[in-house]
Design a protein around this ligand. Structure first.
Ligand code: ADP
Ligand SMILES: O=P(O)(O)O[C@H]1O[C@H](CO)[C@@H](O[C@H]2O[C@H](CO)[C@@H](O)[C@H](O)[C@H]2O)[C@H](O)[C@H]1O
Length: 461
């Protein structure tokens, strides 16, 4: 499995590389096991990309997860790394007695990024890896790479402002929903989602998508930035929200065509309410501040069952918010179809109510309005209304016509956000906690308590 150099370093659980990775991984934004005790780190698969750059699938075992989690790492190895690479340093290992080598995160190394694109251009297999690009697609060569400097759950490399390669960091068996959905939408002619032009996968320790190349949208601004800017300048955002609603409706129509489904069972809303309650109880076990809201939230979920008029389940975006939409060349484009990152892949690929995506975006308007700036007090409310009106023009139903279901989905999304923020951004926990309190607003409901971060990790089962 290992190349000569890696066998010198040693990749077993007792190797110095494993010890370094055990210290380095929890510091990465894309590491999903925060807060859980690590019981083992080992290299599950290794492929030499060049003499000094290795593609690794690293297995991390932690208390509370039986199967281990797997992460993609590009490992650079050098006797000495140049100062510009110091922030990417993982540490020093002993290769042979007396010979020390530096290892680093080679995603930030131009040479490694160029090699990856070159492999994608040529296609074919290298070790455990298989590279593919669409027939007749020219992935150009000679483009200068740079790692995208935005807050994200994975790592993306932009090549000369023409292409973007997204490396999925936490990998799970099977096709990544981002590749699956964007590929299907492209085949159905939906143009408001960048179509994948190349991808690569591993065959060990299991079959899994590792990365995907799409055209890079130049001169784009994401919805979050545009919304904050509108707040800063006290300008409206209703035209943008309306257009975004229409694009979301069109997206749902295209998804329903690309992934045809049977009409769900007659007790679908009841099952949904049960699933929401199950998640709520798990969330409340992790985040104590949620506990007083369990009874009123359960009532909100139950009310959705009798609300009626709900659209059938279908494939959805899965994690729609203002950071996932890019405005470029006068139109909205939608990215990142991976779904909520902590969920297991089968759940992310399952059909859901399209109202869940609508609720995701409505929650995002609330986030923006609570992020400082000089927002008009009714900014979020106006955006909600405009978004729903736009959605009604193309999505086949008006979300405002199913208020009980919309409220339940917003509440469920806010509960997800509470857990997300308690793990990753405790300073923002009050944003979804306030939303939970508002949605539950009823006499006797306690106000939100500034909560301690949760004591258990964000990992759905
Ligand atoms: N095709 C694209 N063109 C331009 N920018 C993009 C494109 N795809 C993604 N981005 C930028 O990269 C960011 C992260 O992408 P995303 O797919 O959401 O990654 P993650 O799943 O890691 O959060 C987006 O918010 C957007 O700013
Ligand atoms: O990394 P992803 O984009 O897949 O999504 C995760 O991180 C998001 C934050 O980066 C998080 O979104 C939450 O915060 C946003 C503001 O930063 C807000 O617009 C969203 O409405 C809110 O949910 C998302 O939940 C999480 O899955």
């Amino acid at each position: 499995m290992t190349s000569p150099l890696l066998s010198d370093i040693g990749v077993g659980p007792a190797s110095s590389l494993a010890a370094l990775l055990a210290r380095w991984l929890p510091r990465q934004r894309w590491f999903t096991g925060q807060g859980r005790d690590m019981t083992g780190v080992s290299v599950a698969a290794a492929t030499a990309l060049t003499a000094d750059c290795y593609h690794l699938v690293v297995r991390v075992d932690q208390r509370g997860s039986a199967d281990g989690d797997h992460y993609q790492v590009l490992l650079g190895v050098a006797a000495q790394v140049p100062p510009r690479m110091w922030p990417s340093l993982i540490g020093e290992v002993e290769a042979r007695p007396g010979e020390r080598l530096m290892v680093y995160d080679a995603v930030h190394d131009h040479r490694a990024a160029i090699v990856l694109l070159e492999r994608l251009r040529r296609g074919g297999s290298t070790g455990h890896l298989r590279f593919e690009s669409l027939p007749r697609t020219s992935v150009p060569c000679g483009l200068t790479p740079r790692v995208l400097d935005v807050e994200q759950s994975n790592t993306s490399i932009v090549y000369g402002d023409e292409l973007i390669l997204k490396l999925f960091r936490h990998i799970q068996p099977g096709i990544n929903p981002d590749l699956e959905v964007t590929g299907a939408l492209a085949r159905h002619g939906f143009t408001q989602v960048p179509a994948p032009v190349g991808w690569f996968q591993t065959e060990a320790p299991f079959w899994s998508t590792l990365g995907m190349v799409q055209p890079f949208l130049t001169e784009s601004t994401d919805g979050w930035e545009l919304a904050l800017d509108s707040g800063r300048r006290r300008t409206g955002f209703t035209d943008e929200a309306h257009e975004l609603g229409r694009t979301t409706g069109e997206l749902h129509m295209a998804l329903a065509k690309a992934f045809p489904t049977d009409i769900g069972p007659v007790d679908q809303p009841a099952r949904l309410a049960d699933a929401m309650t199950h998640k709520l109880l798990r969330a409340a076990a992790r985040v104590p501040a949620l506990r007083p809201y369990v009874p009123p939230l359960q009532e909100i979920y139950a009310a959705a069952v009798t609300g009626g008029g709900q659209p059938p389940l279908q494939r959805t975006h899965g994690d729609l918010h203002l950071g996932q939409v890019l405005h470029a060349h006068g139109r909205w484009h939608i990215v990142d179809f991976e779904g909520e990152p902590a969920k297991p892949v089968p759940e992310r690929r399952a059909d859901r109510s399209p109202i869940a995506d609508v609720a995701g975006m409505l929650r995002s308007f609330d986030y923006a309005a609570q992020s400082g700036g000089a927002f008009h007090p009714r900014w979020a409310e106006r955006c909600r209304d405009a978004f729903c009106a736009g959605y009604a023009e193309s999505g086949g139903f008006d979300p405002r016509a199913v208020p009980a279901a919309l409220r339940a989905h917003e509440a469920a999304r806010a509960v997800y956000e509470v857990v997300y923020e308690s793990v990753y951004r405790p300073d923002r926990l009050m944003v979804p906690m306030n939303a939970v309190a508002r949605l539950c607003a009823a006499p006797g409901t306690p106000p939100p308590i500034p909560s301690a971060p949760c004591d258990r990790p964000l990992q759905e089962t």
